[in-house]
Design a protein around this ligand. Sequence first.
Ligand SMILES: Cc1cc2nc3c(=O)[nH]c(=O)nc-3n(C[C@H](O)[C@H](O)[C@H](O)COP(=O)(O)OP(=O)(O)OC[C@H]3O[C@@H](n4cnc5c(N)ncnc54)[C@H](O)[C@@H]3O)c2cc1C
Length: 473
Amino acid sequence: MSAPVTARVTGWGMAVGGDALLLQPTTLEDIRAALTYARAQGLRVALRGAGCSYGDASCGTGKLVVDFTRFNRILEFDRGSGVIRVQAGATIGDIWQHVLPHGWWPPVVSGTMAPTLGGAVAMNIHGKNAYRVGPIGDHVLRLQVLLVDGTERTLTPEDPLFFAVIGGFGELAVITEVTLQLKHIYAGQMDVDALCGSNLAEIFAIFDDWQDRSDYIVAWIDGFAGGTGLGRGLVHMAHQLPPGADANPQALMTVAAQTLPSRLFGVIPKAWMWVLLWPFANNLGWRLVCWAKYWSGRLLEHGKRYRQGHAAFHFLLDYVPNFKFAYKPGGLIQHQIFVPKAEAQRVFAEVFRLQHRYGLPTWLAVMKRHRPDRFLLTHGLDGYSMAQDFAVTARNRQKLWQLCHEVDAIVTAAGGRFYFAKDATLQPDTVLAAWPKENLLQFAKLRQELDPEGLLATDLYDRAVAPALRKLA
Ligand SMILES: Cc1cc2nc3c(=O)[nH]c(=O)nc-3n(C[C@H](O)[C@H](O)[C@H](O)COP(=O)(O)OP(=O)(O)OC[C@H]3O[C@@H](n4cnc5c(N)ncnc54)[C@H](O)[C@@H]3O)c2cc1C
């Protein structure tokens, strides 16, 4: 094991985190040695994938952060069955690029291809198809985990621990390998329909109308619009092409054909595109960006159907790498609320109005449809989520956290939940209000059995979950 280095480890949004000791294991023995080293040094351990969680979910201030990005081999892939086995640090990008030419695609992907499979499974990520296929955990066939006492275990859906480790945000065991069932695709592109909704009611109506006949649905919402346009936005529905719909599918089922262009207008390098956003990185500028996005969508896209490559549809946010740099120096947080179907429209409207009253409108809001699942600390429910980005500044920080707490109260009163991957602000009492008591107690019991000394602990765990579990005890 190489020596750990001191590093500043922040969440993806750069707004939270702190100094830690960082290790990047490349072998299973390195991972074991990291746990032994931490114990010997009296350090606790925060597990980290690619660090794509927006808040402090993979931060370990004053701890040993074990980063899996160099433990990233693809171990096995069966082209016939679409079953793939990878080390925890292999990314969603590594996987789709490996399997696409053989007619397969990851069953669930996030809005960026950067996350590792270990991180994705630990958070139980969802895609734009969550309402149809559930979270990624529903497609995991087997997990290989390392317990903190150094023993290895294989977990399958027959084992109740499987449903706790998936979505257990790295607090029960170290995921070392993931075996995943991929999904068959028959073309390199999908049919995509675009529709504008001029307010929240129209957006919900579009979801209702299209969900049974689309493989993926996602809505971008203009967080600045108010009055009769509150919650207006643009909805995209994607449909997988059936066998035979593309006469020459192999032509576009290549990595080269999917790869996002490296230059904007063939001129500006992608890596620098975020600089173009910089002048707009204030409420006035972003209002203008949202206004332009909405009206260009209404005039140019509304009612149109077009074909789009899988990578371009799924990883739109990767089009502008490091777009988060436009939020410097304070960074950003994302707050994703999950609300049962019957309450979602009312709650989302109330939340947007509250943000306007606070003078803290979200700069990017994305709405998705979800379904319930069997995972112990799931964020999934029969309803909708709204993920919302907020710029953090030294001046607005306290007010922004207060806004999130007010929103949390509205969401929990409606029977809603939150997502640890998108959290920096949850309070212990909100955790207690959002998840069933018996699930939290079961989680605490498993943790006591598997990690009695409390070796695994991210900043998120220490901030929001551990105090909640202590209150329950
Ligand atoms: C631009 C962008 C778009 C996104 N879009 C979506 C989306 O559409 N849907 C969605 O669900 N999420 C989305 N996310 C969030 C992201 O998918 C999750 O945060 C995911 O968990 C990140 O994976 P990671 O490898 O970066 O893990 P990290 O963020 O580093 O860690 C995530 C969690 O996993 C734990 N962990 C990491 N590795 C292991 C391991 N080997 N064993 C056990 N625990 C481990 C960590 O302790 C932490 O709790 C998005 C993030 C970004 C930045």
